[in-house]
Structures are given as structure tokens and as C-alpha cells.
Design a binder for this molecule. Structure first.
Ligand code: NAD
Length: 372
């Protein structure tokens, strides 16, 4: 079995916080909530490098993870780290607007697989640079919109794709509360809307929170720490396949991450906090508009909770490694990547379309768009 050399750039808690839970006796490390914890249970990976501009973060990395990977060296200059440690797998965990230069340099340095934090970038130009560099160097790229590795979302999408609920018509997506920041948190919500819509956006109309009415058409944040620099919004997105999405990501209201997927013969409500989905389905013999009406013959069921084999971050890293290995062996990967660079770009384009609609007086913004 080949051993992969991994490295991590940006070393806050989401990259390298301490390992909280002892391994579960049956499932092992099921709750990897940071990149280092995600690498730990993967048998054929050794972390050889870690880098942060701030020396204290490097010291924390050694304190938290040094005993697990004694050969790991720390750096304050990522280019030096790429040259001296030659990683094949890289986690990019720097702030949102500082992903692109690092991904491009990593591709040029010979990295084979990159797991890049969400959102892919904060401008379409940067997203395009990331995607182009990975294509040019044949590098596997995956974007950590973490829910894409959680089972309930796949169960729900499989049900929609099966056609048993009839055609998908609408998605109502809610993320309220003070953390409803478009780029920091609502990027997860928009990404799940895209996950279900299965189509490119055609146009968007949006209305930012009043506190951010004059925000401007470009991201103006600090990477996510200050909610004052990252607006909340309500938006209506029409997709090319006709699906309609209502995105409610305002900072007032009760914090909740929820999607309601509405099809002709049923609907699914997914509660992210509970990790569960409730399905209401009209009996197939009586579709809406058919002989039986209303919900008289509706059935309700909750999707069975499936045990998680791996936490989201571990699953995402395992997938990158599986694709790197398949490329090296010249064989097809076991399944397509669940969160490609193009998926990340699509999500970013909705976030930016929301800003551009607000800037234009809540006007309809038609895709494709470019950076304003
Ligand atoms: N998937 C999730 O659920 C999730 C959760 C939290 C954060 N994130 C994402 O993770 C990323 C990091 O978030 P954060 O809050 O830790 O950001 P942050 O602003 O705290 O920065 C992370 C670290 O990167 C370092 N850094 C910045 N530029 C660097 C460079 N050129 N070289 C080396 N180190 C550099 C900083 O010193 C800092 O320690 C963001 O993209 C964020 O959106 C994702």
C-alpha cells in the first residue's frame, strides 16, 4: 500500500484543533471535525508538513499532533513547505479569499490531490484560476462543503432522483440567526440547494439584510470572523431545469439549517441539526391533480438514521485519496467526486449573483455572470 504524504496550510481549529473524542469501540474516529483528525484514521497517510503565517499556530499543531506524526515539520512559508516536504495530498484551510494562490502553487509543486475549504474562493476569477491549475496539472480537487459527505443528504437526493415523489419543483432553504453570513455559513446552504437542483442557475433576484443594504457587488469580508463584513440575504433562484429555490439566510430569526424539497407527489424536510429527514408522500395512485386530492392519502415517514462510517472531513479526504490512487493506476475512480471545483464555483456564482442583484436595486441577474 502506498503511503501518501499530506500537508495542511492554515492551522486554526478547523485544520488542526485537538482530537476531542476517543475512538468509538465500533466505529473508530467517527467525528473528525478538523482536517488533522480526518487524516488520522486513514491507514496510508502521514502528515509531513503544516504551515501557518502565525508561529503560535505551528506550536499548537506540534502540541496537538506531534506525537501522531513525529516527522511533521512546520513552516511559516507555504512555498518552502511544498518544496521541502513534497506532499502529494494537501489541505487548504486558509481564509476564503486566500485559497487560489496556494492551490496554484501546490499544483505547480507536484501535489496530486487537494481538499480545499469552502467557499472555493470569493471571486469567480480566483475560482477559475483554481480549476484551471488543477486541470492543467491533472490534480484532484474537492471543495469541503461538508454536508456533501453526510448520508441523510444523499438519501434524500437519491429519493428525489428516483422519481418516486414526482418531478422536483421547489426548494425552500433556511438558515437564520446571527451566523447567517453568506460567504462564511450560507455557502453551505446554497451548496445544498445546488446539490438538489441538479442544474445551473438561470437567474437570481435578491435582497440583503437592511444592515448590509449598501454592501456592494463584491465580497468585502475578512475571511469570516466578523459578521458585520458578511451579509445575510433572502434570494429567489430560478434554475435552467425550471427548479425554483427560495433561499432565506437572514440574520434575524431562530437559527436553523433546514431544506424543504417539494415534488409533485411528496416533499422532504431535512433538519440539519437533527441529521434527519421527514418525507410526506401522497400515495402514488393519487398524485396531485389526480383523482384523490389533498393529503387524505398521504404517508409520512422519517428516513432511517444510517450509521456514519466516517465523519465528513475524513470521508472527503478518503475520497480525494481514492481518486488520486485511481489516476495513478490509470483506472476509473469508484464514483464521481461529490464536491468538484465546478460545484464550488456554481455555489460561489449564486453568492455573487445575490450581491449583484442587491447592487442593481434588487434586479434580476441573469447567468452566466462575471465578477463585478
Ligand atoms: N467546512 C466547514 O464547516 C468550515 C468551518 C470553519 C471554517 N471553514 C473554512 O476554513 C477556512 C479557514 O477558516 P478560519 O476561520 O480558520 O480562517 P482564519 O482567518 O482564522 O485563517 C486560518 C489560518 O490561516 C492562516 N493563513 C492565512 N494566510 C496564510 C498563508 N498564506 N499561509 C499560511 N497560513 C495562512 C492564518 O494565519 C490563520 O491561522 C476558510 O475557508 C473557512 O471558510 C470551513
Amino acid at each position: 500500500m502506498n503511503t501518501h504524504r499530506a500537508a495542511i496550510i492554515g492551522l486554526t481549529w478547523i485544520a488542526a484543533g485537538p482530537l476531542h473524542d476517543p475512538p468509538h469501540p465500533v466505529f473508530g474516529h467517527i467525528h473528525a471535525d478538523n482536517h488533522a483528525a480526518g487524516y488520522l484514521p486513514i491507514e496510508n497517510v502521514t502528515v509531513v508538513g503544516a504551515c501557518d503565517l502565525v508561529p503560535e499556530r505551528n506550536a499548537e499543531f506540534i502540541a496537538n499532533w506531534g506525537t501522531h506524526w513525529p516527522e511533521a515539520r512546520t513552516y511559516t512559508n507555504y512555498k518552502q513547505m511544498l518544496t521541502e516536504t513534497s506532499p502529494s495530498i494537501l489541505s487548504v484551510v486558509t481564509p476564503d479569499h486566500r485559497h487560489a494562490d496556494i492551490v496554484v502553487a501546490a499544483c505547480e509543486a507536484g501535489v496530486r490531490g487537494i481538499y480545499c475549504e469552502k467557499p472555493i474562493a470569493t471571486t469567480l476569477a480566483d475560482a477559475d484560476r483554481i480549476i484551471a491549475a488543477c486541470r492543467a496539472h491533472d490534480v484532484v480537487l474537492s471543495i469541503d462543503h461538508t454536508r456533501r459527505w453526510r448520508q441523510v443528504w444523499h438519501q434524500a437526493r437519491n429519493l428525489v432522483r428516483s422519481g418516486d415523489l414526482g418531478p422536483l419543483r421547489r426548494i425552500v432553504a433556511t438558515l437564520a440567526g446571527p451566523r447567517a453570513m453568506l460567504f462564511r455559513n450560507a455557502t453551505h446552504l446554497v451548496d445544498m440547494v445546488n446539490f438538489f437542483a441538479d442544474s445551473d442557475p438561470a437567474w437570481v433576484i435578491a435582497d440583503l439584510d437592511e444592515s448590509h443594504a449598501a454592501y456592494g457587488p463584491r465580497y468585502a469580508g475578512d475571511g469570516g470572523h466578523d459578521p458585520a463584513t458578511d451579509p445575510g440575504a433572502s434570494a429567489y433562484v430560478r434554475f435552467e431545469n425550471g427548479v425554483r429555490a427560495f433561499i432565506i439566510a437572514n440574520k434575524d430569526g431562530v437559527a436553523r439549517f433546514e431544506l424543504r424539497i417539494e415534488c409533485d407527489h411528496g416533499r422532504i424536510t431535512i433538519d440539519d441539526g437533527a441529521g434527519a429527514a421527514e418525507v410526506s408522500q401522497l400515495a402514488k395512485a393519487a398524485p396531485l391533480g389526480g383523482e384523490a386530492t389533498g393529503n387524505a392519502r398521504a404517508m409520512r415517514w422519517t428516513m432511517p438514521a444510517a450509521p456514519l462510517a466516517w465523519g465528513g472531513l475524513e470521508a472527503g479526504l478518503r475520497e480525494v485519496i481514492a481518486h488520486v490512487e485511481a489516476k495513478a493506476a490509470g483506472i476509473a475512480p469508484p464514483a464521481p467526486l461529490v464536491s468538484t471545483g465546478e460545484d464550488g464555483r456554481r455555489t460561489l456564482s449564486v453568492l455573487l449573483g445575490i450581491l449583484q442583484s442587491q447592487q442593481a436595486g434588487n434586479a434580476k441577474v441573469t447567468y452566466p455572470i462575471t465578477d463585478a
